[in-house]
Design a binder for this molecule. Structure first.
Ligand SMILES: NC(=O)c1ccc[n+]([C@@H]2O[C@H](COP(=O)([O-])OP(=O)(O)OC[C@H]3O[C@@H](n4cnc5c(N)ncnc54)[C@H](OP(=O)(O)O)[C@@H]3O)[C@@H](O)[C@H]2O)c1
Length: 279
């Protein structure tokens, strides 16, 4: 797994990561989830995406166990709830996340989605956390183009390192305007739900046909597709060891022009502005 993506300051981060939504929800499943994340790290999927929301903090605790003793190997992303995104709420939420994760600095801290606290206040709080060394980078999630434009106009808004949004062959509206806007500002996009949550997308005949040519699975094709342009970080979530192994290998699948055209036929790119897909 050699693919990397550049953050706006030129720092390279892994293009493939591991999601953690629905991890840490029950004590019974936690041991398997820890083992799955560890396996992913061993296979080179060293970027891990989590959030204070997932499992009500439980996912961060699962991540803590998976990264214990190997903090230097991993790039940890977490997210603050919009209702905590105030001047005082952000540092308090960050401390709680750090404690659950068992680390003293987050690599990337995201506003999970826009809420009622003024964006300028959230940015100011993120910048303070950066100054005090509690986080390395900050970014946003579920921001559409107009939100990104508003953010860019704020003081320090240009320091945003990423925008994490829904992106897979079935929901590719961001290609019309958001993706070009982010590329133009050297801001990589993080693609969430890249395998469509393991549902209908994986039964796509187009993905099946391309998968057959590559001796791969439809999920691997969906992940390779999300990584195809070198400007996207893809974060599939997998608790099943077979899925983890498949996903790690997906970063090595190189799609051809023929493959991409076949996927376009069944999953066409947007012809006009579409509002941002959300989960
Ligand atoms: N910022 C946001 O608002 C937001 C929203 C949604 C998600 N996210 C982040 O993005 C991550 C990924 O999104 P997601 O969890 O919604 O969906 P996803 O990664 O597209 O799909 C996860 C589902 O697909 C299955 N799966 C994974 N790899 C597979 C494979 N190779 N073959 C077949 N099935 C496979 C998983 O099963 P098993 O678990 O059984 O392996 C799980 O049920 C989340 O975990 C979270 O970290 C962020």
């Amino acid at each position: 797994m050699k693919r990397h993506v550049r953050l706006p300051d030129g720092t390279e981060v892994p293009a493939l990561g591991q999601g953690t939504w629905h991890m840490g929800e029950t004590r019974r499943s936690a041991a398997t989830e820890v083992a799955a994340l560890k396996l992913g790290i061993d296979l080179g999927i060293t970027l891990i995406d989590t959030a204070e929301m997932y499992g009500n903090g439980g996912a961060e605790e699962v991540v803590a166990q998976a990264i214990a003793g190997q903090r230097d190997k991993v790039f940890i992303v977490s997210k603050v709830y919009p209702h905590n995104a105030s001047r005082t709420g952000v540092p308090a939420a960050c401390e709680r996340s750090l404690k659950r994760l068992g680390i003293d600095r987050l690599d990337l801290y995201l506003l999970h989605w826009r809420g009622s606290h003024p964006l300028a206040e959230t940015v100011e709080a993120f910048e303070k956390l950066r100054e005090t060394g509690k986080i390395r980078y900050w970014g946003v999630s579920n921001f559409d183009t107009d939100d990104m434009q508003e953010l860019a106009r704020l003081k320090h808004g240009g320091a945003c390192a990423t925008n994490q949004v829904l992106y897979n062959p079935d929901t590719r509206g961001i290609e019309f305007d958001l993706l070009p806007w982010c590329r133009g500002h050297a801001i990589p996009v993080m693609a969430y739900s890249p395998v469509g949550q393991g549902g209908r997308l994986l039964r796509s005949p187009a993905l099946a046909a391309v998968a057959k040519r590559h001796n791969a699975s439809p999920a691997q094709i969906a992940i390779a597709w999300s990584l195809r342009e070198g400007h996207i970080i893809s974060i599939p979530k997998a608790s099943d060891f077979k899925h983890v192994r498949e996903n790690a290998a997906a970063a090595d699948v190189e799609l051809t022009a023929e493959d991409l055209a076949e996927i376009d036929t069944r999953h066409p790119p947007p012809a006009q502005k579409e509002s941002l897909g959300l989960l």
